[in-house]
Write a protein of this length. Structure first.
Length: 443
């Protein structure tokens, strides 16, 4: 089929969808029927639908066909600005506890009284001052991570830690394996750094490591991005045996493991981190945004010592240093036990929210962790996630579909609920609405 003819067909179908002539939920012809109707090869029909899917206009569903998607607001489920002020936000987590503002007031007064304010106005070392890195190293040691001030770097939140790690340790075009459903922020990091993310299918409470081993034999994989302790969005905690197997694969193939532990504080009985099992090939990334406050943009990276200088260079290139005042407050809270206390309170808060969700959502299938601030709802075979999300927007509720989390071409129909951003009464009411809307779309 000539290129112009192929493009004409893509443009015509895209135009019909955008103009509303093909309405959301419309089943498009099968690949074979489209090929016969347009007089094109089957492979070309498949290519047409693939391009429409890449444009976000259709979804291909195994065993069902290809359907026109609902037009959700751009960035829904990822960007804070996608949610209006009067919308109940179940798409983004910013968990907070009562009187956290009071803690900040007290910390600012204490900071003002220390007499060290002059030093906070100057440039800081790119990876943080030595006594601050020592504070973080002690905190990480309490999490069973063999850290020292020489292996710790301070960053502006965990996502900045992921970005600087990717910038420092990988080259454009490098292949990074990641779960088929993963943190959208790392997808954006990979896209920005022009890394190729290759999906690893899930197998119970963790990735399918046989699939990863096979991938490493077929491709030159450089690294694995993983969340072994409280996976976002599925909430799994990878077992000890599977962690050891992942480490063995990494050592065999020379992989860099990027261990994202942003939510790990919520799981109290997890096996040792990958950074404890394989410190020579693991970069451990976490922060205080979820455990303390999202506005406290202080995170930390613990890396093999021979890789620290490269990551420090990426910090210099992106922010020069973590804001000194925020770092001083964060380290003070690490030292005086405030962080540990807040983590304990947030575990109880998250558990209470999971209890509310279990009651409000009734018999809907739910995937998650009992102490987690999010919940995954796989939808029935006949239910389309984009239609549910659009209907919930009309009810004043914002949720995420699987699309922002998916690294695979085949996106599952599911809803991800963030439970930590509204009060309990509003959460209960909103989740009851979610259950009703999903029920209305189940045939």
């Amino acid at each position: 089929m000539p290129q112009a003819r192929y493009k004409e067909l893509v443009d015509r179908l895209a135009g019909d969808i955008r103009a509303g002539r093909l309405r959301p939920g419309t089943a498009l012809p099968t690949h074979r029927k489209l090929a016969a109707r347009e007089g094109i090869a089957l492979v070309t029909a498949t290519r047409v639908y693939a391009e429409l899917q890449a444009m976000g206009l259709v979804s291909g569903e195994t065993g069902r066909g290809t359907f026109v998607k609902e037009a959700l607001p751009r960035g829904e489920g990822i960007d804070l600005h996608a949610v209006s002020a009067d919308m109940v936000d179940l798409s983004f987590n910013y968990p907070a506890l009562p009187d956290q503002a009071g803690l900040l007031r007290a910390a600012l007064r204490q900071l003002a009284a220390t007499g060290d304010l002059e030093s906070l106005l100057r440039y800081q070392p790119h990876g943080g001052r030595e006594h601050e890195r020592a504070t973080v190293a002690r905190h990480l040691a309490s999490c069973r991570i063999p850290a020292s001030p020489d292996t710790v770097l301070l960053v502006s939140g965990a996502t900045h830690g992921l970005a600087t790690t990717a910038m420092a340790l990988f080259e454009p075009g490098d292949v990074i394996a990641a779960d088929a459903l993963t943190y959208p922020g790392f997808k954006l990091v990979a896209e920005t750094q022009r890394l190729e993310l290759v999906p690893i299918p899930s197998a119970g409470n963790g990735p399918d490591l046989q699939a990863l081993a096979g991938l490493c034999k077929r491709r030159r994989v450089r690294g694995v991005y993983t969340m072994p302790t409280l996976h976002n969005p599925l909430g799994w905690v990878m077992g000890a045996a599977r962690r050891r197997e992942l480490v063995a694969i990494a050592r065999q193939h020379g992989l860099i493991l990027i261990e994202d532990a942003a939510y790990a504080f919520l799981a109290t009985e997890a096996p040792p981190p990958l950074a404890a099992l394989a410190p020579e090939c693991t970069v451990y990334v976490s922060g205080l945004s979820k455990s303390v406050a999202t506005g406290l943009r202080v995170g930390f990276v613990c890396a093999p010592q021979e890789r620290v200088h490269k990551i420090r260079g990426a910090i210099r290139a992106t922010t020069w240093n973590t804001p000194a005042a925020m770092t001083a407050i964060a380290c003070g809270w690490l030292e005086d036990g405030t962080v540990a206390r807040l983590e304990d309170e947030k575990r109880r808060d998250a558990a209470a929210r999971q209890g509310v969700a279990d009651q409000a959502l009734g018999r809907l299938k739910k995937v998650g962790h009992p102490n987690s601030y999010f919940l995954w709802l796989p939808l029935a075979h006949e239910v389309r996630a984009d239609a549910v999300a659009k209907a919930l927007l009309r009810e004043g509720i914002s949720v995420s579909t699987a699309a922002p989390f998916s690294t695979a071409a085949q996106v599952p129909h599911a809803i991800r609920l963030a439970l930590g951003s509204v009060d309990l009464d509003k959460l209960r009411q909103s989740l009851q609405t979610v259950a009703r809307v999903i029920g209305d779309h189940t045939f």
